[in-house]
Design a protein around this ligand. Sequence first.
Ligand code: HEC
Length: 111
Amino acid sequence: MRRPIAQRARRLRFATGLALACVLTLAAGSARAEPRQSAVENCAACHGLDGIARDTEVPHLAGQNERYLFNQMMAFRTGKRAHKEMRYMARNMSVEEIAALAAYYAALPPR
Ligand code: HEC
């Protein structure tokens, strides 16, 4: 038997509302995930405050894929990706902080 149309519409509205609530929760979450300014300042010495490195041996981070940045920092933290300075930088960072830094640099305009 087919459901009355009104009931189906109600279910649809509920699903849409649920999806919207999820999006809003995520948005609020990312707003809270601002990295500590001091963390960004630590990175700025090499990667620049704007995510554009001044030294040719340092990669630009601005506009890079967020997931990629996150994965690389996690790899530095565990030592899976070996690099002395970056291992030192990532060693004491929490996953939340790494996620916030990845979001910060990914959102900057690339060179
Ligand atoms: C002393 C200089 C220095 C500092 C400070 C530094 N980095 Fe790096 N970073 C580097 C260098 C050099 C590399 C390239 C590593 C390699 O050759 O594997 C790198 C690589 C990276 C990468 C990988 C980029 C890619 O394209 O694969 C990320 C992400 C990154 N750094 C994030 C950060 C963050 C976030 C901070 C601050 C918490 C930071 N770095 C602080 C020098 C630095």
